[in-house]
Design a protein around this ligand. Structure first.
Ligand SMILES: *Cc1c(COP(=O)(O)O)cnc(C)c1O
Length: 219
């Protein structure tokens, strides 16, 4: 890939503008790479493993906001509860309850997104639109004072068929608009990765998660 990490950050920041946040997905990449992005002004980094994110949090500047973008195992929540800024992929009540419990122990309120399954291909995690609506209507939800639901996240099918990606992002866009009416804290729609973020921009994404187009391919 041409260009330096610094150049990629600057190009994305300009292209996305003020209304779309950039999560630099730095999983598997060394701290030097993250620091290069940091020096270009990047402050939001995304990881998909709790241990790796915690090691990086300990080593790197404290004004970095750490986002967990991957699937979270319930038993790992406690390790990131003291510092994580946003957990993107909450897919069930049991996990949200554990985040709430660990956030309370750290005297924090942790921001979360609910993961929706929009991909037409089989993917393991995420709620269906109906499950999401039932989840948001759950009477136990307001009791969880140490988590804040900030919006929705999804991944489209990994495919060259742009029409299919448009269809899937449209489902999420509509669902976000609909659920936002009853969710005053909703302000984040996390969709779009290196291969499909331009399509996500046509569907009112507010947060893209870019890895390989910033840091290069992962091995
Ligand atoms: C790895 C990952 C990304 C970034 O993927 P790229 O294709 O490298 O941009 C985005 N979102 C999630 C959930 C990921 O796991």
């Amino acid at each position: 890939m041409e260009g330096t990490i610094k150049e990629h950050i600057k190009t994305f920041t300009k292209e996305l503008g003020e209304s779309i946040d950039l999560v630099a997905v730095s999983k598997t990449k060394p701290n030097e790479d993250l620091m290069e992005a940091y020096e270009a002004g990047q402050r939001i980094f995304g990881e998909n493993k709790v241990q790796e994110m915690t090691d990086k949090w300990e080593a790197l500047p404290k004004d970095i906001q750490w986002h967990m973008v991957g699937h979270v195992q319930t038993n790992k929540v406690k390790y990131m509860a003291p510092y994580v800024d946003l957990i993107h992929a909450v897919h069930k009540m049991k996990l949200l309850k554990e985040i709430n419990k660990r956030a309370k122990e750290s005297d924090r309120v942790i921001n979360c997104l609910l993961q929706v399954k929009i991909a037409e291909e089989d993917s393991k995690y995420g709620m269906s639109p109906d499950e999401l609506k039932a989840f948001l209507a759950d009477e136990k939800l307001p009791e969880l004072k140490n988590v804040k639901l900030k919006g929705l996240m999804a991944m489209a099918t990994f495919t060259d068929d742009e029409n299919q990606i448009h269809r899937e992002f449209k489902v999420l866009e509509d669902l976000y608009k609909e659920t936002s009416k009853t969710q005053p804290d909703f302000s984040i729609l996390s969709m779009g990765m290196s291969g499909d973020y331009k399509i996500a921009m046509e569907h009112e994404t507010t947060m893209v998660r870019i890895g390989s187009s910033i840091f290069g391919a992962r091995h």
